[in-house]
Ligand binder design. Structure first.
Ligand code: ADP
Ligand code: ZN
Length: 735
């Protein structure tokens, strides 16, 4: 849980030529740098400017008045002011707030805002052709030329390719007309059509109507957090589309955060069906050019709806009126590298700073959010039933101690039979195994040697489709050796355990006719691949999808009636604080893929722990009991959200230096009331990408201002430059 934002004062004062201003640069530096405003220029705080920095020129933001730290003689001039709207005050307050909370520098946070510096340059206008002067003698026109002129006669200027296509002529005809002066190139800036909020949505059920009205009322009425809680398929998306329509009607921007963009394919189709337009998108799969256009459109206010991954939160919204965080419980909202932040939590902060509503959407809300609802800090709307009354799938457990898969296989007789029955009945199945590749471990049968990553403490995962071993932590990759690297025995390396590729092999052995598709981050490498898979599944070109968590969320496949979870225990080992919560969320999400239309669904969980609370909650469907038990356990241990955690990861290539630095931090650990520091200890990933890692964990009472404690702590210790300390306030993962 996030502390309430302190109000950070930012101003919009004007500064005139000759004055000094403090410019914040998107670099991991503490504060601002002074520059002088040259004659003929005036600047406001928030303006984007170009300044000299060492031998370089950098873009930065006018952050406030200068500090007089630099002598007049060494002061340099601002070079230029970019022709782009200034960074709005809310965005600047947000940068301040995130920096203070995460204990990362202002410049590092600003870098997330300015991730596409080229967007500061106005876009190059596209060239389009328009009619110029009428032909002197139009009887001499060729039919092709005449068609082009006819097309232009009733319509806006068109780019050459479009014009040629519409008129059904080759490019040479266009060139010829331009050469003859009959048409001329003009500069245009194509504006995509805005979403049409006037279109009616589907007829909502009474529960959906109540939820939609509550969300609509919140738009324009100041800061409020609302949990949209409802089983998968209950219409949560339709309901928050109503809130988006409301924001659009009020002329304000809306932001939708989605956990993984792979699931955006169906989302975009739905959005288009509702609003007859494309939203602006923001995620790493886009080209820089696409992101540049989105950034600019967001800043200028032209992009009215933005859908994106977590970093979309840092876009320079001109007039944001609504935030939606879909799948709010999802761990991928947490960024661990660089500025460690949880986009779900920071989205709440952003909403507070902008005094606007935020909807957190989930079928399995995080414990933090549930506790906030219970305590009355967040509101809640509830959709208890699937749309059109489709029943929730029946969940059963296969006790693998009794119902054993055959030797060398992973499918129990029960799951195998259910699969055969489902597919022969004309339905589709999903086999879920959260393991990419062929086998998670390769070992030598002669000497027992295990193949591990040279850069990390991690086993190498065999990817048989590409014939390589891969480290899933650092990306290291090598061909599978013929002989054991340790004892040189030939033909001695054996694959241990299943990955999805191996499961596919088993399915093919059992049912050679079954048409399967692998769905992992290796096969769904981008939105296009995801769209293609969705299309093939919808067209029933596939009988069984074999996939990892990438298919667990968001998808809606009417023919899919069986979900088989091959190893339901997978996430429960390892002793992570959130292991049960996360496993439950994942299993629940994946179960929600079954029976979403007329055909009833079933879910089979293969487990060695049928009595585990997670399995019991899945079978009984009683989420609230499971959540209540988890909540009590956390309360007793004073763990989040009843206490606070922060991790310090000390890392470097020189193990001795890392150890010394970690010990120095341990000796200087704060001894404030309500604060305890555990460690240093080797991090679970004690070697990652060639860096040795030690961890200190700070545990604090709920009322402790953890960020300030850490700031003071770090200020007392001076560490060698070769050692890095990564601060992670509210860590989600403990690797
Ligand atoms: P959720 O987001 O809760 O998983 P969705 O909004 O995706 O649920 O709805 C599931 C499916 O049911 C979608 O195909 C959606 O278009 C459809 N649906 C939901 N509510 C309605 C409604 N009131 N009328 C028509 N279709 C609906
Ligand atoms: Zn590695």
């Amino acid at each position: 849980m996030v502390e309430c934002p302190a109000s950070v004062a930012v101003s919009a004062s004007r500064h005139r030529s000759g004055e000094r201003v403090g410019v914040l640069l998107p670099l991991p530096l503490g504060g601002t740098y002074d520059y002088r405003i040259p004659p003929g220029m005036a600047l406001s705080e928030g303006d984007f400017v170009r300044v000299p920095f060492g031998a370089r020129e950098l873009a930065g933001v006018v952050w406030g008045p200068g500090s007089d730290a630099v002598g007049e003689d060494r002061l340099k001039d601002v070079l230029d002011r970019y022709d782009v709207p200034p960074l709005p005050p809310e965005s600047r307050r947000f940068v301040h707030w995130v920096s203070a909370y995460t204990v990362h520098s202002l410049g590092s946070v600003l870098r997330m805002v300015m991730s596409i510096p080229e967007a500061l340059q106005p876009p190059k206008p596209a060239l389009a052709y328009a009619l110029s002067h009428p032909p002197d003698d139009d009887t001499r026109l060729t039919p092709a030329r005449r068609r082009v002129l006819d097309v232009l006669a009733d319509g806006p200027p068109r780019p050459a390719t479009e014009l040629a296509r519409e008129a059904g002529v080759g490019p040479s005809v266009i060139k010829g007309l331009a050469g003859a002066g009959l048409i001329a190139a003009v500069a245009v800036r194509p504006v995509p059509p805005p979403p049409d909020w006037r279109r009616p949505g589907p007829t909502l059920s009474p529960a959906q109507t109540r939820a939609a009205q509550a969300l609509r009322r919140a738009v324009g009425a100041g800061f409020a957090v609302t949990l949209v809680d409802g089983v998968p398929g209950s219409g949560k998306t339709e309901v928050y589309f109503e809130a988006i329509a409301e924001a659009l009607e009020q002329g304000r921007q809306a932001l939708v955060l989605l956990p993984e963009i792979a699931l955006g394919a169906q989302w975009l189709t739905r959005f288009h069906a509702r609003f007859a337009a494309e939203p602006a998108q923001w995620h790493s799969e886009l080209t820089r050019g696409q992101r540049r256009r989105t950034w600019r459109a967001v800043a200028e206010g032209g992009a009215s709806v933005v859908v994106g991954a977590r970093s979309a939160l840092f876009l320079p919204f001109r007039d944001l009126g609504l935030i939606v965080v879909d799948e709010e419980h999802d761990a991928s909202f947490k960024q661990d590298d660089g500025v460690a932040y949880n986009a779900r939590d920071m989205a709440v902060v952003r909403a507070r700073l902008g005094d606007l509503p935020i909807a957190l959407v989930s079928a399995t809300p995080s414990l933090e959010t549930v506790v906030n609802v219970d305590d009355g800090r967040y509101g809640r709307v509830h959709l208890p039933d699937r749309h059109a009354g489709a029943p929730l799938p029946r969940v059963t457990v296969v006790d693998q101690r009794v119902d054993r898969p055959p030797r060398g296989g992973w499918l129990s007789p029960t799951l195998r039979d259910a699969l055969a029955e489902t597919v022969s009945g004309g339905s589709q199945a999903l086999l879920f195994l959260n393991r990419r590749g062929y086998a998670p471990l390769t070992l030598c049968r002669t000497c027992g040697h295990r193949l591990r990553c040279p850069m990390c403490v991690a086993w190498l995962v065999e990817h048989r489709l590409i014939g390589r071993l891969q480290c899933h932590h650092c990306g290291y990759s090598a061909p599978l050796p013929d002989t054991c690297p340790s004892c040189a025995a030939a033909d001695s390396l054996a694959a241990c355990g299943p990955g999805v590729e191996r499961l596919a092999e088993e399915v093919t052995d059992l049912f050679p006719e079954m048409r399967y598709a692998l769905a992992t981050s290796d096969t769904l490498t981008g939105p296009a691949a995801a769209r293609d898979l969705v299309r093939r599944i919808e067209a029933h070109e596939i009988d069984v999808v074999i996939g990892t968590q990438i298919v667990a969320k968001g998808y809606h496949f009417p023919l899919l009636t069986l979900v088989g979870v091959v190893d339901a225990d997978l996430g429960l080992t390892g002793g992570d604080l959130r292991a049960s919560e996360r496993t439950y969320q994942l299993l629940y999400q994946v179960a929600g893929r079954a029976g979403r239309a007329e055909r009833p669904g079933r879910v089979i969980l293969q487990t060695y722990m049928p009595e585990h609370p997670v399995m019991a909650a899945m079978v009984s469907g009683e989420r609230s009991r499971f959540v209540a038990a988890e909540t009590e356990a956390r309360r007793e241990l004073r763990m989040p959200p009843f206490g606070r955690l922060a991790a310090l990861i000390v890392s470097g290539r020189d193990e001795a230096a890392v150890d010394a630095a970690a010990r120095a931090l341990g000796r200087a650990a704060p001894a404030d009331d309500g604060v305890r520091v555990l460690g240093p200890a080797p991090a679970p990933m004690s070697l990652l990408r060639g860096r040795h890692r030690r961890r200190l964990l700070l545990k604090a009472a709920k009322n402790v201002a953890v960020s300030a404690v850490i700031r003071r702590w770090l200020a007392t210790v001076s560490l060698p430059g070769s050692v890095r300390v990564q601060v992670d306030v509210d860590p989600l993962s403990f690797l």
